[in-house]
Design a protein around this ligand. Structure first.
Ligand code: SF4
Ligand code: SF4
Length: 54
């Protein structure tokens, strides 16, 4: 998963939905750990700003 930082509004919705705890929101920056990500795409589905890409 990749974040398009020009679209992300740092709402945290993707963090809450990720069961693998692969996404962290720290000081208005979003970090995705590809080693933890299982490609379930839930974060893409919930993102209101369409900021996540495979
Ligand atoms: S849900 Fe979308 S807009 Fe919200 S923090 Fe995640 S990537 Fe950014
Ligand atoms: S695709 Fe699934 S496991 Fe990967 S970051 Fe998104 S919600 Fe988490």
């Amino acid at each position: 998963m990749k974040v398009n930082y020009s679209k992300c509004g740092y709402c945290g919705a993707c963090v809450g939905v990720c069961k693998s705890m692969a996404i962290e929101l720290i000081e208005n920056k979003l970090y995705i750990d590809d080693k933890k990500c299982n490609k379930c795409t839930l974060c893409m589905i919930v993102c209101p700003l369409n900021a996540l890409e495979e």
